[in-house]
Design a protein around this ligand. Sequence first.
Ligand code: ZN
Length: 357
Amino acid sequence: MKKLIIYFCVFLLVFFIAPAVLTATPKDKVQETMANEEKTGDLKNEEGAVSEEEKKPEDEEQEENKDYEYQQFKTIKLLHQDTGQVEELPIDEYLYGVVSSEMPADFQLEALKAQAVVARTYTIFQIKNSPGKHGDADICDDSGCCQAWITKEGRLARWEPSIAESNWNKIVEAVDSTKGKIITYDGNVINAFFHSNSGGVTESSLNIWGGVDYPYLKSVETAGEEGYTQYSSQASFNRQELLNKIREKYPDCEIDYSQNNCIEILEYTTSGRVKTIKFGNKEIAGTEARTLLGLRSTNFTLTIDGENIIFSVTGYGHGVGMSQTGADSLAKTGSNYEDIIKHFYTGVEIIEVNSLK
Ligand SMILES: [Zn+2]
């Protein structure tokens, strides 16, 4: 009988538990992007709208793409989180609303095209891999859960009237000229994470969420990120404020500020972000410290200046996948959307969704 129970447990482990663990996607991941910044009012649009002369010569080929016929994923069911209503709309029409909320329209056209392909890929990944997450809907319009989305009217109303129409047309061009394009790794749609500013080097997904080690979400360097307002920030707390923040999660935390190393970074990830940090008698993950203290990223240093503890933070967001300001920076130095995508996602291919098996 005992043996039978052991065999049964092994059977469960091999056929159910292990596959579930291996295929599980990391929890609580959000696209920490410009859409999130916009909500908190931190977004400052960058200069650099693309002029007609700067357009790439591959426009002719893109004209053909505009007639792309989706064999599947023609429409998506979008859940509006505020009303609970589900709206079905053509996938690229949905993407106009995503790209225009996720990236400033004055970013380079090639960066916007990269964002369009990334958003399309993210959408199709969700449809294929998270069925039932939103009931009958495929995806929702909450940037903290899926991707931000806004109606055309809503978006136009938020731009200066003099540039609203041309901004919208630029978003439409970014989506339409990449119609049908998605990103794959080893023939499968990738989990296309993106964030606002990497601070110069992106992070592997494993270091942030653990779990699955996505081979295409590796740490890569990216130049030019320091030119954006999202690159550096500071957060300051007095001794009691800091202790209170840590105690929100760890009520028994004690910090003896008379000790030199009372707050100490213990370990860094390979990309230089804080992996483990000690606050008095508590050792916690850098990602957790970031959440508790509301820091913009886990790439930080700290100084204790008398009564105050000052965190100097580099970059904005989790750092995994494509950096949006990095994409814009690469586009400014001549990279096209394919170069940008292949820079941030290691070993991927860009294919047409109709050829997806
Ligand atoms: Zn969602």
